[in-house]
Design a binder for this molecule. Sequence first.
Ligand SMILES: *Cc1c(COP(=O)(O)O)cnc(C)c1O
Length: 410
Amino acid sequence: MTETASRPQPARRGGLAYLTAVLDELRAKGTYFKLRVLDDQQAPVCHYDGREVINLASNNYLGLANDPRLIEAAVEATRRFGVGSGAVRTIAGTMRIHMELEEKIARFKNVEACVVFQSGFAANAGTVSAILGKDDFILSDELNHASIIDGARLSRARIKVFRHKDVAHCEELLQEVAGEPGHKLIITDGVFSMDGDIGPVDKLAALAGKYGAIMMVDDAHASGVLGRNGRGSVDHFGMHGQVDVQVGTLSKAIGALGGYVCGSRDLIDYLYHRARPFLFSTSHPPSVAATCIAAFDILEREPERIERLWANTRYFQGELRRLGFNIGGVNTPATETPITPVIVGEGRAAMEFSRALFDEGVMGTGIAFPTVPEGKARIRLIVTSEHTRAQLDRALETLERVAKRMGILQ
Ligand SMILES: *Cc1c(COP(=O)(O)O)cnc(C)c1O
């Protein structure tokens, strides 16, 4: 290679220069970020960019991302079946282990059938866009996840957004379209990822029943967290059989990667034939399927992990409140799960708080507009079942000290 070929070329004038302008705007607003790089394993205490931190930023709720039994399952499956599946599911890429995982999840969730996608994002976007078309209607909570919004757009159905958790507003919107011939889908997150509150799955499902609509819930943050043994929001509300489409993720509490859809045999067969990420993107490596099977075994056998997660959550949130932090519930929804927003207000202040905490050894995610509304920027903290009391106390002490220094706490 010549000297010039090996050197990155400066951006051409015109072309993509407008992207640079957007980045400059983010820098001016203080919301530009660099990726933090994890040096070791996703653990309660770990190293990012060479700094030891108490990690309160992951979705590794149950500590399964580096559980030795899951690692062993992945290694063994890799030895037996190789590192890749070699094709999409519908051509040559369905291995026995993929089917075993789907059967295991279906039994766990007490449904007829399950299909696994490459991610929760693909599960949501692939399902919504496959089951609805341009003559249909989607009634969607205003705080639903981006993958639901993208799926809704791809479906070309008409999208009606109801106010956050406002069941009466959802009903008003349903009445507006009740005379139209299209299908109606009500969709909510089981647990909302920015505020940690629980979606009114029971009431929305009743509404779906009343109006003959389809009911769908995205349980990404509820899988492994809510319900018996982490069965999710439908189990939490005792609504088995009344939610048509249950999406879950394998990427958060389950510790690996993937998403799944649970429902009737025909729903799953239909998705096998029509969901585009299933049809046009290669299936998981066998190691991922094996890892997830081992994770569901642990959920079934070790409910004490989930109890530890909730005990840590109660302790940590109680202490934050006692210190005077705003952890939601005034002008923002109140958390009901391990997701803990610490509301700061202005975007720049939230990002600076997150950076200062990182410098002092606590990792919490800074989140600003447009991910959350203007004026409601925050850091988001998530404890896991594996954090010790001593680690949580150390984090609380740091949070208090840095917040006082920055004027976030009086
Ligand atoms: C994380 C998340 C997803 C996406 O799941 P992945 O498996 O990470 O792709 C979907 N919906 C919600 C609500 C999420 O929080």
